[in-house]
Design a protein around this ligand. Structure first.
Ligand SMILES: [Zn+2]
Length: 308
């Protein structure tokens, strides 16, 4: 078992401006906190993907709108910023997932952590939003399917609901989307009753948690419900939206999950199936806690690999 880590300096040049919580400082903190453990991992470099890869999920109008916003440095909305390098950075955030899948197909690695910006899980097929330009994990799911991984499970522990990922696969029985999130937080989607529709009915599972929920509440989901959903679906590969804004110190959310709790969540996910795993950085806005929690995630990813 081999675990890879993918990042690139291009992710630092997606410039969201002064005082934006989704800043390059997030990645710099992760780099500082993971300096030692990365020595034990395979370092891979992302590629910039072409438009046809982006259009596995997004409409050509959506892709065009990001190209235009990026070239004119115009914001998409109040929160979702595009600077000159944003389109290039966004194509390379998607490209991290593509490189991870190619390395898994080539049997060079079994697991990968993609430390990317901009994040992706709020971007719908037609609309960038919530700091997200393209949906990195949704596109990677489609790319994985094109390489023979027919049944893709996406597990999202970011404190916000991944509305863009849910939208992409809501009527699809080949991609199972599972999310834990703070109820009623941004963007307001993710009710438990929303379980997919048509062919996709039963292939979306939302586990909203009340504000102030802590390790006990969230680990009930990751120890009981999540393994049951994984066993029922029997995925060929698991992709993880790893957002660290569920941590108790996060300024954008009101949950009480500790670093030990995050370690247990990651462990439960890795224990749930004997398949390849690709993790994508999503949120996490307490810069120091973010670095620490990514380090803990990598420890779990590597520890499991060593045991196998
Ligand atoms: Zn979030």
């Amino acid at each position: 078992m081999k675990t890879a880590y993918i990042t690139d300096s291009i992710y630092l040049s997606h410039d969201t401006g002064a005082n934006h919580p989704e800043s390059k400082e997030r990645l710099l903190s992760i780099q500082r906190h993971t300096q030692e453990i990365r020595q034990e991992m395979v370092a891979l470099e992302p590629i910039a993907v072409s438009r046809d890869i982006l259009e596995l999920v997004h409409t050509s109008e959506q892709v065009e709108s990001i190209i235009e916003a990026s070239s004119s440095s115009s914001p998409i909305d109040q929160d979702t910023i595009c600077s000159t390098d944003s389109y290039h950075a966004a194509t390379m955030a998607v490209g991290a997932g593509v490189v991870a899948i190619d390395a898994i197909v080539a049997e060079e690695i079994d697991r990968c952590f993609c430390a990317v910006r901009p994040p992706g899980h709020h971007a719908t097929p037609t609309q960038a939003m919530g700091f997200c330009l393209f949906n990195n994990i949704a596109i990677t799911a489609r790319y994985a399917q094109s390489k023979g991984y027919e049944r893709v499970m996406i597990i999202d522990f970011d404190v916000h609901h991944g509305n863009g990922t849910q939208d992409t696969f809501y009527e699809d029985s080949s991609v199972f989307y599972l999310s834990t999130h703070q109820a009623f937080a941004y963007p307001g989607t993710g009710a438990e009753a929303h379980r997919g529709s048509g062919e996709g009915e039963g292939y979306t599972a939302n586990y909203p948690l009340m504000p102030d929920s802590g390790d006990r509440e969230i680990l009930e989901v990751y120890r009981d419900d999540m393994p049951r959903d994984v066993a029922r679906f029997s995925p060929d590969i698991i992709l993880v939206s790893a957002g660290y804004d569920l941590h108790k110190s996060d300024p954008l959310a009101q949950m009480n999950v500790t670093t030990d709790g995050i370690r247990e969540i990651v462990r439960a996910i890795l224990d749930s199936a004997d398949v390849p795993f690709v993790f994508f950085l999503e949120g996490g806005y307490d810069v120091e806690a973010l670095g620490e929690n990514v380090r803990v995630t990598l420890e779990e990813m590597i520890g499991r690999a060593v045991e196998s």
